[in-house]
Design a protein around this ligand. Sequence first.
Ligand code: ZN
Ligand code: FE
Length: 254
Amino acid sequence: MHTIEAIPAFRDNYIWVIRNNQYAAAVDPGDAAPLLYHLESEGLALVAILNTHHHADHVGGNLELKEKYSCPIYGPSKEFIPGMTHPLSEGQQVLLPGLGMTLDVLDIPGHTSGHIAYLWEGRLFCGDTLFGCGCGRVFEGTMEEMHASLMKLSSLPGDTLVYCAHEYTLANIRFARKVEPGNGDLVEREEEAMALMKNKLPTLPSTIELEKRTNPFLRCGVSEVFESAARHSASRPKNELEAFIILRAWKNAF
Ligand code: ZN
Ligand code: FE
């Protein structure tokens, strides 16, 4: 039986730990210290590191952890990942014998140009691409790539659990409510998120279904979102991609 735990790191990162009684795999260990503390206090051996992209807040703990556990490090083939032993791209699978797990790899460029996600039995580990009620900034890839990656994730089954790498949900909901004040699901989501945060609990995982109902970056074709983007821009967007580009720029300055 597996469980998934959130290990907070830095200000707002989560290192997701997938574990059984003996072994653990860690997604995006940006900092070794909080993970080491957790593994040692739970008596777990780390059998794999799964990186989604190369940013320091996701890979910063790799070498220290590899030194201690000699574990393989998986990551995107298109990026430099410290200590990487298994470069991956879409269509490949990750087999973790100690945990009896097989994960699928998806290419989701945009935040970085080689960004990948891991999908395991209806659970999506998507790094800095899809966030609770938001999406990552477009640093290295193109807006077209980011939009296509988000559409790809939104086409996954609605009950897919979304484990993203940052606790940004509440701030994202504030922006979403500005964009789509008529969306009642956002009011409900904000209340739930505030209650969780008050109890120092993660607002994650969310689900693809909840993101489709509330995340403006997955809703560029919904008329209230589209019209809001149009009002915010000097020239009217011609399609959903252009509305997405306006929203992403608006959020950067929000
Ligand atoms: Zn990042
Ligand atoms: Fe990050």
